[in-house]
Design a protein around this ligand. Structure first.
Ligand SMILES: [Zn+2]
Ligand SMILES: [Zn+2]
Length: 241
């Protein structure tokens, strides 16, 4: 073992929210466990690999998984779905426009020289405007195509009746928006025009203070990306008068 496995990134876990981010797998996809410390219900986002590590986090916080969501069907975001589904019995959700990609995990695995994981049963296809509910939390599904046809972002609005610091809105952006960058659009089904439209029309309309948790790399905010993300300067539909 040349490289020690990094500990989960320290994230605010207090009496209002439990949030742990675990970079998993060869491509270090950020898997998020978002739990309600009062009801002990959790949502798992992008269990791309290392299901055992994710399950250990759930056990540590005594959380029951209500749903397992993949922001898109690239192998690094879906590789752990089946194990998570089998271990928790929770439903697996993703956008219907990525089912084609999900049916071709073998092709994706070959791209990066891995063995294809067995697919999970997808229990529900998500669409723009759907709401996910667990514990006291609610997240809305934003369909943000471009990185893949069925890429989604999840917007977790601030909790009501709550004035603590961890109360900022959160966005789980998958591989659509990164700190200082955007998702690649050269893979199957990708479109630069669509990802720019998604980011401008669905994400840049969110409040500046929204904390963005990308599918890889560090955390950022909508305001920070609005101010300094060079890709947002690219021409996009609607930019020209
Ligand atoms: Zn991806
Ligand atoms: Zn990814």
């Amino acid at each position: 073992m040349a490289h020690p496995v990094p500990d989960p990134i320290a994230t605010p876990s207090d009496d209002t929210i439990i949030h742990e981010i675990l970079p998993v797998g060869m491509l270090q996809c950020n898997c998020s466990v978002i739990g309600d410390p009062q009801t002990r219900e959790a949502l798992v986002v992008d269990p791309g690999d290392e299901a055992d590590k994710i399950l250990a986090i759930l056990a540590k916080h005594r959380l029951t998984v209500k749903a397992i969501v993949s922001t898109h069907a690239h192998i690094d975001h879906v590789g752990g779905l089946r194990k998570m589904q089998q271990a928790t019995g929770a439903p697996v959700l993703m956008h219907g426009d990525d089912m084609e990609l999900y049916r071709h995990l073998d092709v994706q695995a070959a791209w990066i020289g891995l063995r294809a994981p067995d697919p999970a049963e997808v229990d529900k296809l998500l669409r723009e405007g759907d709401t996910l509910r667990w514990g006291r939390f609610e997240a809305s599904v934003l369909h943000t195509p471009g990185h893949t046809p069925g890429s989604i972002s999840l917007y977790l609005a601030p909790q009501k009746n709550n004035n603590v610091a961890s109360d900022a809105a959160k966005l789980f952006a998958g591989d659509t928006l990164f700190a200082g960058s955007i998702g690649r659009t050269d893979l199957w089904g990708g479109s630069l025009e669509k990802i720019l439209r998604s980011i401008h029309q669905k994400l840049m309309v969110l409040p500046d203070e929204t904390i963005v948790y990308p599918g890889h790399g560090g955390v950022t905010t909508i305001g920070q990306e609005r101010a300094a993300n060079p890709f947002l300067e690219l021409p996009h539909p609607g930019r020209h008068s």
